[in-house]
Design a protein around this ligand. Structure first.
Ligand code: G4F
Length: 335
């Protein structure tokens, strides 16, 4: 019989790539989605449009224990990938309360239900490099101390500790990926890389003339989301549950990404980029760079995409969507 996987957050960037990967591996794939998503598939299910006839969607709310319980009883998954969260760091400063409630309670509900209904089900928690925040060492490893700088980062530390506690206290096969930033043409428009590539496409299409950005000096370790979901799957195939840093091992500034993407478009970014102090965060994570040695050694996983090809792929996709041709995005094969 096919293995059954349940994905929370299946409609998002990571959820959609993961669903495709699991289908290709022969899994029966289920997703927990909000009822509003089922009522508005044209808008909310776009990333999984091409696989809609092959996945099973269940309406539910992570904020409600009975609702999560009902979905788990129906699906009885062998593997659960818990990706759903309020994931925009900036927004977590605007509404700390809903970010903490949604992210922490959502994870707690899923773990508590899993323990009750399917204790043998393997569990993946989407941890984040935002947990390192004001970094205490370079590069960051699984042993680096957490120092989160936002309600989002705090909520991820809480989820990470919940997963670890369920592993230690109840013997649940719970693993956490400490994922560094990962992007793709399916990235939400609010995140900086997609904001940049979609902004350039609009400029080229004559639909915009300015790109407002915040802190260009922040440095991130950016990989491709399609590579990173493979690491999630590999974690759940291990005999023993554990936690892993998933990263490229390289760090680049937002400014470098801007220059790379505008370079592809043959535009001088200085003519279009305006720095908007309103877009600075009350507490910034200045630099992130992960050490993926453990994932490489134990999971046989490594990042397959350079920042250059990632930026090219994203820009090309945004330009294609607006019918604009960009001359040179070599090495930027669509996935
Ligand atoms: O793209 P960002 O919004 O991503 P951020 O905050 O690093 O978080 C992302 O990665 C995490 C993993 O490390 C995830 F856990 C999280 O869910 C999310 O996926 O911002 C990247 C950097 C920041 O330093 C920000 O201050 O870009 C800087 N930035 C500069 N101008 C901007 C902008 N960020 C955004 N979103 N918009 C700007 O205009």
């Amino acid at each position: 019989m096919n293995r059954r996987a349940l994905i929370t957050g299946i409609t998002g960037q990571d959820g959609s790539y993961l669903a495709e990967l699991l289908l290709a591996k022969g899994y029966e794939v289920h997703g927990l989605v909000r009822r509003v998503a089922l009522e508005d598939p044209g808008h909310r299910l776009t990333r999984i449009q091409s696989i809609l006839d092959r996945v099973h969607l269940h309406a539910g709310s992570l904020e409600s224990f009975p609702s999560v319980h009902q979905v788990f009883r129906t699906v009885e998954p062998d593997e659960c990938y818990h990706l759903a969260a309020q994931s925009f760091v900036s927004y977590s400063f605007d509404d700390e309360f809903s970010t903490l409630n949604t992210n922490i309670n959502g994870t707690h509900h899923v773990l508590a239900v899993l323990k009750d209904v399917v204790p043998k089900c393997r569990f993946y928690f989407a941890g984040s490099s935002e947990m390192f925040g004001k970094v205490e060492e370079m590069p960051q490893t699984e042993r680096t101390r957490f120092h989160p700088r936002s309600a989002y980062g705090i909520s991820k530390v809480a989820g990470f500790e919940l997963a670890r506690n369920y592993r230690e206290a109840y013997g649940i096969h719970a693993s956490s990926g400490i994922l560094f930033n990962h992007e793709s043409p399916r990235r939400g428009y609010e995140f900086v890389t997609r904001k940049i590539t979609s902004g350039i496409a609009r400029i080229l299409a004559g639909k915009g003339h300015e790109l407002r950005l915040g802190n260009l000096e922040a440095r991130r370790d950016w990989g491709h989301a399609a590579d990173y979901v493979d690491a999630m799957w590999r974690m759940l195939q291990q005999d023993e549950p554990d936690d892993y840093v998933v990263a490229t091992g390289e760090t680049h500034s937002v400014q470098e990404f801007v220059e790379l993407a505008f370079g592809y478009a043959k535009l001088d970014y200085r003519k279009y980029v305006t720095i908007d102090p309103q877009l600075y965060r009350p507490a910034e994570v200045d630099v992130l760079v992960g050490n993926p040695d453990k994932a490489r050694a134990r999971l046989g996983w490594s990042s397959q995409t350079t920042l250059k090809s990632l930026a090219g792929e994203m820009l090309k996709a945004d330009c294609d969507a607006l019918g604009v041709v960009v001359a040179e995005t070599s090495g930027a094969a669509p996935r």
